[in-house]
Structure formats: C-alpha cells, structure tokens
Design a protein around this ligand. Sequence first.
Ligand code: NAG
Length: 334
Amino acid sequence: MENKTMIRSSILFPALVALCTLSSFTSSTAELQRFPHAVKADGSLRFLVLGDWGRRGDYNQSQVADQMGIVGEKLDIDFVISTGDNFYDNGLTGIDDPQFEDSFSKIYTAPSLQKQWYSVLGNHDYRGDVEAQLSLVLGELDSKWLCLRSFIVDAEIVEFFFVDTTPFVDKYFTHPEESVYDWSGILPRNDYLSNLLKDVDSALKDSTAKWRIVVGHHTIRTAGYHGETKELVTQLLPILLENNVDLYINGHDHCLEHISSPDSPLQFLTSGGGSKAWRGEVSPYSPSEMKLYYDGQGFMSVQITQTELDIAFYDVFGNVLHKWGTSKQQYSFM
Ligand SMILES: *[C@@H]1O[C@H](CO)[C@@H](O)[C@H](O)[C@H]1NC(C)=O
C-alpha cells in the first residue's frame, strides 16, 4: 500500500509541475491534459477504434485482434482508440493484475498495433482500482498503453476530446446493485461533472482544428440494449451540437453502429464489439438515421485528411460491413 502510494506520487509530481507550468500560459483549457500527435508526411491520419474488449481472448476477442492487425497494417495506422470497458468484469485489481497482460499485451500482438493506444474508462473499469488503470506504471509494462479520465489529443487537422462518461450516469450512484464503484478522485460528483463539461466546452470553443471528434464510453444515440444515456443527451449533446463536433464515438453497447443526425452533421458511432456480443436486443430506430446496426464483434477504422473523413466497420473476419465518408472544403472559416 505504502509502496504503491510512493510510486504514484513520484510519477504524479512531475506531471503536476508540468500541468501547473502549462496553466500559466494557457487560459481555460489547462484542466484537460493535451497530447500532440503528428500527422503523416502526406498530412493524413489513420486509426482504429475498439471498445468493450478485455476478456483474456474469449468471445472472439482474439479473432477481432487478428483482423485489427491485418487492417491496421493495410492502413498503416497511427494509433488505436479504446472506447472503454477495457478489462472485464471489474477493471483491474491493481497495477500488478495479470489481466493487463492476458487481455491486452498478449492479445494485440500484431506489429501494426504496436502504436499508441488512447483509452478512456468504462463502467466496468470503474468497478476495479481506477488509479491502477490510469497509472503510468502500466505504460512502463506496455508502452502502447495510455488511459486517462478526460484528455485531448491534438493532431493538427483533427482534435480529439476524450470524456470520462461513467460518472454522469445516475444509476451507478443510486442503484449500484451488487457492483462496487471506485469513485475516489471524482467526488464531490456535481463539481467534477460541471468542471468537466466546462472544460470540454471551452476546449471545443478554442479548437481551430478542421475536424472535432469526441470520444466517451457511454452511448448518446443508439438502438442497442443499454439505450441512450439520458444524462449525456441532456448535458453533453448540446455542447457537441453547439461546437460543430463531427463525430461522437462510444462503446458500451456491444455492437457496431452508425447513426446520423437529422438536423446536424454530427455522426454517432458505436464501436463496442471488442469481445462479447450478439446480445440480440435491438430497439426500433428511424431507418433514415440508422446507417448500420451490427450485433456482432468487430471494430472501426477512421481515415482523415484536411478535406476528407472516411470510416469503415469490420466484422470478425475482416469483412467491411459499412463505409461512410464526408468532406469539407479546403479553406473554410468555420
Ligand atoms: C464469433 O464470431 C462468429 C462469426 O461472427 C459467430 O458466429 C460466433 O457466434 C462468435 N462467437 C461468440 C462467442 O460470440
């Protein structure tokens, strides 16, 4: 216990100093840590998105990983995004939990996947030792691992806003059932949520990137089993719409899904097919907005240039299930 605290503070202290130094130069967005990510020489960026995966290879997790390796190689991806529920059933027990290796390092072994992973936490991760999953010690065990609660990745043409969505969900607090959540670090909850929303909103307003992508674990629009996350519909969605966000990407429902908005360019993308899927419970949804619902395992790719954004969803055999793209003019002032 004492040992763990020492490790943590020795890592956190330089990070804290860096953060404080940063905050004296930048104004409103200093609260969300920023990570720059370079684009390719041709100005493009390519990455895969995976969610709801860590089950020691079971439920087709390994098959999905193999296909990610093949597609990742073909696209020459720059990084991987994890939409959370990284370790089932209850996150990690500590920084020495063998599940980190068994469900991550030993599964995503393809050379093309040995890139930076940017991960958020899901509700199942909150049922374990959250500080352990966020610990930089895991990045020393496997250099591709990086997980934070909320943060920004700035890749020049596109800015990514990763949002910690689990603390928004009322029922985890009011009806936790048999689950125990690790809420250390996010209480008092109302302050945590209002600061987070304020930080995301101001970071979006300050963004000059051509494309804006928000990533969280929980759904906003979905026809899947869990349904829409009403707290995010009321609190986060208005911020996304107001700030011209292009994509909201989530997991949580164990499926692959693409829903468009009737009244804005915002696209809702679920990539939660990393392992256990085939739930068989799908609600009716407006066919004009539902572009894809696939109940099985798989993952998503995204390719971005200054002017083009293209997504594709793949199943467990690497077959393309659905493709979609959009473009923006080379020079636009909005
Ligand atoms: C693995 O994937 C195949 C092909 O989609 C599917 O038929 C099978 O049910 C999946 N297995 C599990 C455990 O989900």
